[in-house]
Design a protein around this ligand. Sequence first.
Ligand SMILES: [Zn+2]
Length: 200
Amino acid sequence: MAGFRSLARQVRDPRNDLALRRYSLRKCLERFAPYGHRATWDHLCSRAGFDPEDRSPEPARLTAALDELEEARAVWLAYETQFAERRRKEKHDGLRRPGTVDDWHRLTWGGFGVAWCDDPMVHPSEPLAEVLNRLIAALEREPGTACPVCTGTALRWEHDLAHEPSSGPVCTHCGIVVPRPVLTPASLAGAWRARVLVSA
Ligand SMILES: [Zn+2]
């Protein structure tokens, strides 16, 4: 299975035909896609200015989309390296952390679905790297009461998400599943109360 970097080279290589370059970019999203594959694709296409269904977008637009993705990936991998290093030190010092942060990291290691958007058409519109920086800042401070990306406070618990964990608090404004460790117990409870109840 080709890695992210070799796929990225395929996207940039002008000797490849456009269909292969586009396909390689989509394959990159199987390795790294903060919103999940479909939502991240939708996001990159709209930012770079081509239609998600366009089979032969302008090469410059394709590489612009790849640039954005790579920048975000660099932000996330740097954070993971730092996180792993900190954990190693804490273990060495015999410190224990609440399980939720570690549990969350286990599910998102590598950056796939860190800000899962279950509806591929509803996702934040800021550059991906900026979104990840906001998410990281939230993971590194005390839990709060708002969405770490758009600061919206209308959170609603949703079930049957197409990603693990399969249920969680969703920001009704920007569409991300908010990582549980960044929310206070009261906010989590509020999102739960706002869940959509299906009558029997
Ligand atoms: Zn939000």
